[in-house]
Design a protein around this ligand. Sequence first.
Ligand SMILES: NC(=O)c1ccc[n+]([C@@H]2O[C@H](COP(=O)([O-])OP(=O)(O)OC[C@H]3O[C@@H](n4cnc5c(N)ncnc54)[C@H](O)[C@@H]3O)[C@@H](O)[C@H]2O)c1
Ligand SMILES: O=C(O)C(=O)C[C@@H](O)[C@H](O)[C@H](O)COP(=O)(O)O
Ligand SMILES: [Zn+2]
Length: 364
Amino acid sequence: MNSVPTSELRIDLGERSYDIRIGCGLLSDPASWAGLPRASQALIVSNTTVAPLYAQRLQQALAPHHARVLQVVLPDGEEYKDWATLNSIFNALLANECDRRTVLYALGGGVVGDITGFAAACYMRGVPFVQVPTTLLAQVDSSVGGKTAVNHPRGKNMVGAFYQPQRVICDLDVLDTLPPRELSAGLAEVIKYGPIADLAFLDWIEAHLDALRALDKAALAHAVRRSCEIKAAVVAADERESDLRAILNFGHTFGHAIEAGLGYGQWLHGEGVGCGMVMAAELSARLGLVQADFPRRLRTLVERAGLPVRAPALPMEQWLSLMRLDKKALAGEIRFVLIDGLGKAVQRTAPEALVREVIAACSA
Ligand SMILES: NC(=O)c1ccc[n+]([C@@H]2O[C@H](COP(=O)([O-])OP(=O)(O)OC[C@H]3O[C@@H](n4cnc5c(N)ncnc54)[C@H](O)[C@@H]3O)[C@@H](O)[C@H]2O)c1
Ligand SMILES: O=C(O)C(=O)C[C@@H](O)[C@H](O)[C@H](O)COP(=O)(O)O
Ligand SMILES: [Zn+2]
């Protein structure tokens, strides 16, 4: 039987604490929706791909809890993670006279989750929201931790807020309809947790990569659970990224530059992160922080996961100007998350000449 028992995990953030439920059949399980904030209205936010697959199931599950369950269906794609789409959520809320108790349900991948969370943070200065992540990437990363945002043409997630959901429901069954390219993108963020926090988990991913790519539920349950455990611990220690939380950004300085540089939606976020981790590992090696065999090991795994390991050909000056806008940069100095090969990561600057060398060496 390709099913697993449900497990629960709590992210400890004082009065902003919440549960993450991981298992099969959770969309239709009444326990997923019990005990959430009471409200007469709810708004399911989804997109044109996910809504036809799962919105009706969620609508039915929520019917006992809200007198009116509304839906807004966004266009699908990273290029729509913007102001205009955000505003369309406010339009739907206002057109339906939604009050300040209205609960928003983000049904989709990281794009829907990030934009719905930001809408929830802003509407009437804050309404509750629930994450119902439907991609592997969203289940292992974006639905947890309260980073919400929209993109700006000049940089990823440039306008947003830290705003925590009330609950996260990771139904592994919805991953059955995920296209293989999107599954690979999610594996990038799973792999990320190994070098930054848990080398035993990296060993496990190497051993179970084929099972993960074959959507084996036991393997997925472990990957989602361990990823969420690591992320929950980091976020609990440093919710607003004053320092430690930056380790979750491993691979993102290069990856976000690729996404914005090529135009949103050309490379998937997970593809940028996969290649970006290879580049950050290479930079770590050239700084003498990690032995050369570790970047090779990581590159092999990223490639096995179905992800690109060579960066696209962007002009060097564009790379640098995009990375100077990264949110970790301070006083114009780019800060990278670098690894030691022993399961630890640090945030630090690097000489520009070395950064140029790494970009040149890792580009197509
Ligand atoms: N807030 C955070 O901490 C955080 C962390 C990581 C990534 N992100 C953000 O998340 C976004 C990437 O998320 P993503 O990879 O989920 O991309 P996505 O939201 O674009 O979803 C990927 C694609 O899969 C489709 N899809 C979703 N669920 C499906 C399902 N069950 N079956 C079939 N198709 C399905 C979507 O419609 C979309 O076409 C980026 O914007 C990234 O910046 C945020
Ligand atoms: O939760 C975090 O913190 C992360 O950095 C997780 C990342 O995977 C995610 O892509 C995040 O949205 C990037 O944050 P940003 O601050 O670089 O926009
Ligand atoms: Zn990410």
